[in-house]
Design a protein around this ligand. Sequence first.
Ligand code: B16
Ligand code: MG
Length: 217
Amino acid sequence: MIRAVIFDLDGVIVSTDEFHYQGWQRLADEEAVPFDRQVNERLRGVSRQQSLEILLERDSRRRSDGEKHALAERKNEYYRALIQTLVPGDLLPGVPAVIAGLKDRHIKIAIASSSKNTWTILERVGLTDTFDAVVTGNDIRETKPSPEIFLKAAHQVGLPPAECLVIEDAAVGVEGALRAGMRVLAVGSAATDPRATARADSLATFPASDILMIGEV
Ligand code: B16
Ligand code: MG
C-alpha cells in the first residue's frame, strides 16, 4: 500500500528544467562550448557540478577546479535570475489537484530534489508549508542515481521504501527510486522509461486516486 508520495521538483512540480537549459546554453555560448537540447537532456536530475562536467566534455580548453567552480557559479546566477520570475500559476498541470487529492487521503508527501535552489523555488510557487519532508541537494552526499535522497525522504516521513512511490522526470531519478526499493511513476521526459512502475505524459491525466493504485495487485 502506498502511504507516501515523493516528488521530484524540477520537471515534475514546475518546469524549471527550461530555465536550467537557458542558463547552461548562455554559459556555453559565452565560453564557445558546443551545447544543445540533446546534451541538456543528460543534465536532468544530476547535480550542478556534474552537469558542468557533462557540458565540458565538448570543450577544447582544459579548466582548473577554480575555473570550473566559477563557471558553475555563473550559470547558477543566470538560473537564479530566471527562477525569480516564478509564480504559483507556474505549477505544472495537474500538480495542485494531485497534491490536494493526496492530502485529502492523508498520504504523506515529500520533495526529493537534487537542486540546491529547492527552497527558493518552493517559496516562489507558494509551496513552502505544503510538504511533510523536503530533501534537497544540500542534504545529500551522493546525487541521483544514488538512492540516498529517496531513502532520506522516506526516513523523514517515517515510512518504509515499500510504502513510498516516487514521481520523477529523469532517468537517473527513476533508477535511484528503484534502487531505493520504491515504486516510481515516470512523467514528462522519462515517460517512456520501461523500468518505471507506471508512466504518464503529465500529472494532468493521472489523478491521486490512480497514483495510489500503482503497483497494487
Ligand atoms: P541546482 P531535480 C535537478 O533538480 C535538476 O533536474 C538538474 O538539472 C540540476 O542540475 C540539479 O537539480 C541541481 O540544481 O543547480 O539548482 O542545485 O530534478 O532533482 O528536482
Ligand atoms: Mg527532475
